[in-house]
Design a protein around this ligand. Structure first.
Ligand SMILES: NC(=O)C1=CN([C@@H]2O[C@H](COP(=O)(O)OP(=O)(O)OC[C@H]3O[C@@H](n4cnc5c(N)ncnc54)[C@H](O)[C@@H]3O)[C@@H](O)[C@H]2O)C=CC1
Ligand SMILES: O=C(CO)COP(=O)(O)O
Length: 335
C-alpha cells in the first residue's frame, strides 16, 4: 500500500491528503500547530481551513514530523513557498532514502528566483529524478468536496511521474503527466500574480472584457518567461497554465483574487491580509518573478504593475490605465 506524508495542514495540504486517501494511500498529515493536529485527530475535521469536510480514517493528523515521514513513499510539501527551504532543510535527514518529494506549493523563491522543485533539490540534497510537482486548476475547497477536477503531475523522470499519477488518481481527481517541470511550475506560480491583477480589476468594478484581457496577456508574458527558461510553450495552454488561470481568476474562492479585489476597493496589502490566516502567494511571488524576468530580459508588464501596486508605488486604477496605455504592439512577437 502507498504511504504518503503531507507536510502542511492548510487548505491545500488537507485537501490533497483526502485525494491521496481516496486514491487508496495511508496518509500522515503534519500540522505545524500541535493544537490543530489534536483537534483534527479528535474532531476528524480541519476546522481552521476546511470546516465541514470529514477526514477519512486513512488520514492520520500529527504534529510530529518524524511520525508523518516514517516509511513514506512520497513526501508532499504544502507549506507556503517562502517557508519551504527552511522547513525542508530541517526535515531532510528524516526523509526515507527512496522517497519522492512533491511540491504542492505555487510560488517562486524571493531573491534566488528558484522554483520550488529547485529549492527541494537543494534543501534535501537530492537529484531532479526524486522531485515532482502537482499543479493545476485545483481550488482546495472544491477538491475537498470531491467536485471533479483535473491536474498535472510533473517530473523529469517519466517513471516517477507515472507512479505518482497512480498514487493520486482518485474517483474525483484526474492527474495528467507532464515532464516539463519548468513550465508547469512557472505557470502555477505566475497565475497567482495574474489573479491579483484580475482581482484589482474586479475591485475597481470592471467586467469580463478586462478579466479576459488580463488573463490572456498575463499568460502571454509568463509563456515568454517560460520559453526563455527552457519550458515548452504548450504547457501554458494546458491545465497548469490556462486551466489554473481560468479557475483562479474566475473564482471568489481564490485568495489571490480576493486580495487583489480588496486592493482594487481601496484597501492596503496589510489591511487586506488582516483577519485571514491564509496565504496569497502572489503577493511575494510577483517580485520573485519580476527578478527572474529581469535576469532573462523578458518583458512582463502585468507582473511589473502588480509588484508596484503591492509595494504601494502605484494605485490600482493606475495599474489598469498604465497597462492599457502602453505603446501599441503586435499580439505576438516571438513567444
Ligand atoms: N488552497 C488552494 O486552493 C491551493 C493552494 N496551493 C498552494 O499550496 C500552498 C499552501 O497553501 P494552502 O494550503 O492553501 O495554505 P493556507 O493558506 O490554507 O494556510 C496557510 C498554511 O501555511 C502554513 N504556514 C503559514 N506560515 C507558515 C510558516 N511560517 N511555516 C510553515 N507553515 C506556515 C499554515 O500553518 C497553513 O498550513 C501554497 O503555495 C498555495 O499556493 C496550491 C493549489 C491549491
Ligand atoms: O491555486 C489555487 C487554485 O488552483 C488556489 O488559488 P489561491 O491561492 O488564489 O486561493
Amino acid at each position: 500500500m502507498t504511504r504518503a506524508a503531507v507536510l502542511g495542514a492548510g487548505s491545500w495540504g488537507t485537501a490533497f491528503a483526502l485525494v491521496l486517501a481516496d486514491a487508496g494511500a495511508t496518509v500522515g498529515l503534519w500540522a505545524r500547530r500541535r493544537a490543530l493536529a489534536e483537534t483534527m485527530t479528535t474532531l476528524r475535521e480541519n476546522p481552521d481551513y476546511l470546516p465541514g469536510i470529514r477526514l477519512p480514517a486513512a488520514v492520520s493528523p500529527t504534529a510530529e514530523v518524524e511520525a508523518a515521514l516514517a516509511g513514506t513513499h512520497y513526501v508532499f510539501l504544502a507549506v507556503p513557498a517562502q517557508e519551504l527551504r527552511s522547513h525542508l532543510t530541517r526535515w531532510a535527514p528524516l526523509v526515507p532514502a527512496d522517497a519522492v518529494l512533491v511540491s504542492l506549493a505555487k510560488g517562486v523563491e524571493l531573491h534566488s528566483g528558484k522554483r520550488m522543485s529547485e529549492v527541494i533539490g537543494e534543501a534535501a540534497g537530492i537529484g531532479p529524478e526524486r522531485v515532482a510537482v502537482v499543479t493545476g486548476p485545483n481550488l482546495a475547497r472544491e477538491v475537498a468536496e470531491r467536485q471533479p477536477a483535473a491536474s498535472v503531475v510533473a517530473s523529469v523522470d517519466a517513471d516517477v511521474v507515472r507512479r505518482l499519477q497512480r498514487a493520486c488518481h482518485s474517483p474525483a481527481f484526474r492527474p495528467y503527466t507532464n515532464t516539463d517541470v519548468v513550465g508547469c511550475e512557472l505557470a502555477g506560480a505566475a497565475k497567482n500574480v495574474i489573479a491579483l491583477a484580475v482581482g484589482v480589476a474586479v475591485g475597481l468594478g470592471f467586467g469580463d472584457n478586462t478579466r479576459a484581457s488580463l488573463i490572456t496577456r498575463g499568460l502571454a508574458e509568463v509563456t515568454r518567461l517560460g520559453v526563455a527558461l527552457g519550458a515548452d510553450p504548450h504547457t501554458f495552454a494546458g491545465l497548469a497554465g490556462l486551466g489554473d488561470v481560468v479557475a483562479t481568476c474566475s473564482s471568489p474562492l481564490s485568495r489571490n483574487r480576493q486580495l487583489g479585489t480588496a486592493l482594487g476597493e481601496g484597501r492596503t496589502v496589510a489591511e487586506a491580509r488582516a483577519g485571514s490566516r491564509q496565504v496569497a502567494e502572489g503577493v511575494r511571488t510577483c517580485a520573485a518573478i519580476l527578478e527572474l524576468a529581469g535576469r532573462h530580459r523578458v518583458d512582463m508588464p502585468v507582473a511589473q504593475h502588480v509588484t508596484q501596486v503591492v509595494r504601494g508605488e502605484l494605485s490600482p486604477s493606475e495599474l489598469i490605465a498604465s497597462l492599457v496605455s502602453r505603446s501599441a504592439k503586435p499580439e505576438r512577437h516571438g513567444w
